[in-house]
Write a protein that binds this ligand. Structure first.
Ligand code: SAM
Length: 287
């Protein structure tokens, strides 16, 4: 244990415990210790978690906490914590709260002054990013893409100019549709990495421009099976969009009334841009 007190001697605590995303070897020793010692394990699917617990030879009792009952059951769990019991939260796989239940419980615990302790462990988004070869200094995790085409394309349009690596969870039966929508909105050149079946026997991590990734996926139905993560290379800013659309629009309006130099000076000040660079751009692009 991290400190040398037993769980019973510590303040009531909610432990956030990641479980494997495919390879049982990825459970940590600390996760095993906590799962064996807490009073209750709150689990997304008690039958599913029961299999992991019996594999680990852990007899702790479970309590069902899933998307549909979380709001109602969270306060009951907080009462148990306040009465001195310790609880571990697990989901079916990976890190709880990451596209999984737990948010309401954690929020309520923190409001009630219950200690919340996170254990690091398996998480598909982080595993995929770490091996994707895409920039990992800045990234945004967007959960699942919307199932309906219109909402999905709107979502893709929202992230189209984001310079960070953008990561989605995707399901096998929507993969082709989503890839086509990505191609329509982002173009064939945008690099996308498909990371599937991470930590499992058929783990595959393939990165290609969309125009090549789609035929690659179509060529073999095994390539679209299983659990998957899609990672989109961030938008690459080019010289032509050095200045935001708003700044360019403002410059175009002002040059109708003012000399370019004056207009560029005002717009540069408004949008925190370099005056000379904007003036030079204006000379090259505006009549
Ligand atoms: N909480 C989990 C985590 O920490 O990654 C994610 C739960 S979310 C309901 C399940 C989705 O995560 C899957 O549909 C898939 O997109 C992704 N995922 C989970 N396990 C994966 C794996 N082994 N390989 C690739 N993607 C996986």
């Amino acid at each position: 244990m991290t400190n040398h007190k037993t769980l019973q001697e510590q303040a009531p605590t909610l432990y956030i415990v990641p479980t494997p995303i495919g390879n049982l070897g990825d459970i940590t020793q600390r996760a095993i210790d906590i799962l064996s010692q807490v009073d209750i394990i709150a689990a997304e699917d008690t039958r599913h978690t029961g299999k992991l617990l019996s594999h680990l030879n852990i007899q702790t009792k479970t309590f069902s906490l899933h998307d549909h009952n979380e709001q109602e059951k969270a306060s009951l769990l907080v009462d148990k914590l306040l009465s001195g019991q310790s609880i571990a939260l697990v989901s079916d796989a990976g890190t709880p709260l990451i596209s999984d239940p737990g948010y309401h419980l954690v929020k309520l615990c923190r409001q009630a002054g219950v200690k919340v302790v996170p254990l690091p462990g398996a998480c598909a988004v982080i595993a995929a990013l770490s091996a994707s070869g895409l920039p990992s200094d800045r990234f945004s995790f967007e959960g699942f893409l919307p199932p309906k085409t219109k909402a999905r394309k709107d979502k893709i349009a929202d992230i189209a100019h984001d310079e960070r690596t953008c990561i989605f969870y995707e399901s096998t039966h929507r993969l082709i549709e989503s890839l086509h929508d990505l191609q329509e909105v982002l173009g064939s050149e945008r690099e996308v990495v498909l990371a599937r079946e991470l930590t499992k026997t058929f783990e595959t991590i393939q990165g290609l421009p969309l125009g090549e990734l789609i035929p690659w996926v179509m060529a073999d139905e095994n390539r679209r099976k299983g659990e998957m993560v899609l990672l989109i290379h961030g938008y690459r800013r080019s010289e032509s969009d050095e200045f935001s659309e708003d700044a360019v629009r403002m410059l175009k309006i002002l040059v109708q009334e003012l000399p370019l130099k004056k207009a560029a000076g005002l717009v540069a000040e408004m949008y925190h841009l370099k005056k000379n660079a904007l003036y030079k751009w204006g000379l090259e692009h505006l009549d």
